[in-house]
Design a protein around this ligand. Structure first.
Ligand SMILES: *[C@@H]1O[C@H](CO)[C@@H](O)[C@H](O)[C@H]1NC(C)=O
Ligand SMILES: *[C@@H]1O[C@H](CO)[C@@H](O)[C@H](O)[C@H]1NC(C)=O
Ligand SMILES: *[C@@H]1O[C@H](CO)[C@@H](O)[C@H](O)[C@H]1NC(C)=O
Ligand SMILES: *[C@@H]1O[C@H](CO)[C@@H](O)[C@H](O)[C@H]1NC(C)=O
Length: 157
């Protein structure tokens, strides 16, 4: 009986210790977390995706081709582009020094690669095909016939 009581007391004491010590030992971690969150909350993967969508979404030529090629339909596709652009702008990703140091300047990469892709008949994950002159005149994209390929679409949409 005596030893049972001591064990109970010991357990209670260690519980108290945990409760008392707990909050104190967590304080530095919380402070660290707070500091980290004020600098960067954006992952490189998200920065990459939002950069690419922003470049496509803010250029009327790329935007029209992307919406045309997307199997998701106009409204959902428009929303994807505009949501990414808003995130990109709100977080000021292009100018965020920490983010660009960590990931490389993915805004510059997107601006450089989007025209290269377009020249090669690619917008984002979609392959578009330039039609020969004279065909499909009067379509929304003039002489550009857009053929969506599903390859990679799941990653984007
Ligand atoms: C964005 O575009 C760059 C340049 O083409 C490419 O390397 C990167 O994989 C793209 N990011 C995503 C998420 O598709
Ligand atoms: C990233 O590149 C863009 C375009 O070249 C540039 O305007 C911007 O200042 C660069 N960002 C950083 C953090 O250097
Ligand atoms: C949009 O992209 C097209 C095709 O690369 C380019 O000719 C045009 O100058 C771009 N427009 C803007 C506003 O950057
Ligand atoms: C360029 O095309 C590749 C596919 O060939 C794609 O993964 C990448 O995201 C595209 N980059 C941009 C900026 O659209």
């Amino acid at each position: 009986m005596q030893s049972f009581t001591s064990i109970t007391t010991l357990l209670l004491l260690s519980f108290l210790q945990v409760i008392l010590a707990g909050p104190i030992s967590f304080v530095p971690e919380l402070v660290q977390l707070g500091t980290r969150q004020t600098t960067t909350t954006v992952s490189c993967a998200e920065y990459s995706m939002d950069s690419n969508y922003t470049v496509i979404g803010t250029n009327s030529t790329y935007r029209a081709a992307f919406i045309q090629a997307s199997p998701a339909g106009t409204d959902p596709t428009t929303s994807i582009l505009d949501t990414a652009t808003k995130k990109f702008m709100d977080a000021n990703m292009m100018m965020d020094k920490a983010l660009n140091a960590e990931c490389g300047n993915l805004s510059a990469l997107a601006m450089k690669e989007a025209p290269v892709n377009f020249t090669n008949g690619i917008v984002g994950p979609f392959t578009i095909k330039k039609a020969s002159a004279g065909t499909r005149v009067g379509s929304g994209l003039g002489s550009v016939v857009v053929v969506a390929t599903m390859v990679g679409a799941a990653l984007w949409l």
